[in-house]
Design a protein around this ligand. Sequence first.
Ligand SMILES: *Cc1c(COP(=O)(O)O)cnc(C)c1O
Length: 500
Amino acid sequence: MIEITPLTITTSASVREALDRLNRTGEGVLLLVDDAGRLRRTITDGDLRRLLLAGSGLETGLSALPEQSAITAVEGIAPAEALGVMNDNGIDHLPMLDAQGRPSELLLRHELDSKILLSTPHLGEDELAFVKEAFTTNWIAPLGPNVDAFEEEMARTVGMAHAAAVSSGTAALHLALRLLGVGAGDEVYTSTLTFVASANPILYEGATPVFIDSEPASWNMSPSALETALRDGERRGRLPKAVIIVNLYGQSADIEPLLASCRRYGVAVVEDAAESLGATYRGRPSGSFGDLSALSFNGNKIITTSGGGMLVSNDRRLIEKARFLSTQARDPAPWYEHSETGFNYRMSNVLAGIGRGQLRVLGERVAARRAVFERYRSALSGIGALDWMPEAPYGTGTRWLSVCTLDPALAVGPEHLIASLARSGIEARRVWKPMHLQPLFAGCRYYRHDDAESFSDQAFARGACLPSGSNMTPQEQDRIIRALEHALRRAEHRAVASAR
Ligand SMILES: *Cc1c(COP(=O)(O)O)cnc(C)c1O
């Protein structure tokens, strides 16, 4: 995405002016428009060269250029389609026209070819050494010294006494529910504003999810909505077997009041800290508060083992049981003896090696993600229609994802912003669609933070997640900021125009 105003030139301009403009803008193309701003054709160096060779002078007007039907795209073209049009026609630029035929954007091949993704793995310097060690010592099979060390190191980081490394965050959550005895007929409460992996394990166990709204200060589980739900559960004679508290987008939930409610009703707590590793709550690490807490090292998380997870707890018995269940629940016997359903959920020794290396750079990764967020916030502070997911005063988040919100007065929503960024080769995503709105969970109970409106519905309707990787270059961040400015200023402009 580039600002197209400096590239736009009218027929009254001269060849000299056009050459000067090409020279200063450096994109190799100008957009020739008529008095109404409609695109007549594109102009390249070659077009001007041919004009001069045919006998025109530097002061010749651009109306001397032959008519030419420019290759253009209609507004809202999909990036892959735009790239296809460029390939078919051997061009590197594609002007996008509005309904009146005026250029509104210029799509660039080099941007569509070098995509900036939402959140990509960022390796440090030690991962390979740990993996190599696993190879040279032939500890390729599951279990081994990296697994033991990764568990120990991660438990220390999260401030829990024990840890079991598993194949995914989802597996960790599933084991947590299994360990707490969740089964058919039980209810389990969880945040509605989350990734589906927080809720799926409830279904694995044949239990019924109940969803709790978020509160505006942190976008996490609302303590008042949880209290209402628990009171109602008690009245119905059906208190939940567990509450899964999710820490969203790198920020801890307001743990104290949530825990207090669960303790009062005697309900076990699972912390879904898949998105919040490295965050703190009142000075303590996120993930240290549940009876059991689940971590994820999926490829898009703040640190990764390509795929993996961990279950942490201060209860040694629970973690030992988790290791047992995650390795097919094999009873101690001289043959293969089984008296319980087990799972193949254990993390491999090779992947644990990646995890050990990643854990050493966790602090740097947190700082880098927070810096990306601060850069967006300060660079875009002039855009009134844009706001940000807040950081609650009780802790420090990681800004695992930088999440913005669009003013409802803006005519366009996040899907428009995301499509516009995509045309600049930038990946952005919607905020999680709340679980109570998912067809999978139709009919499940849902408790709002506010009787008048559902906060999570608002966050979904207005929010967008921006590229947040700790390995983005300053140039890539600038490109994102420029594309955001362009998309939002145009949207603001439209909002003002339609209000008139
Ligand atoms: C990523 C994620 C999970 C699941 O982790 P996996 O390792 O991908 O299975 C669970 N909960 C939340 C909130 C997540 O973001």
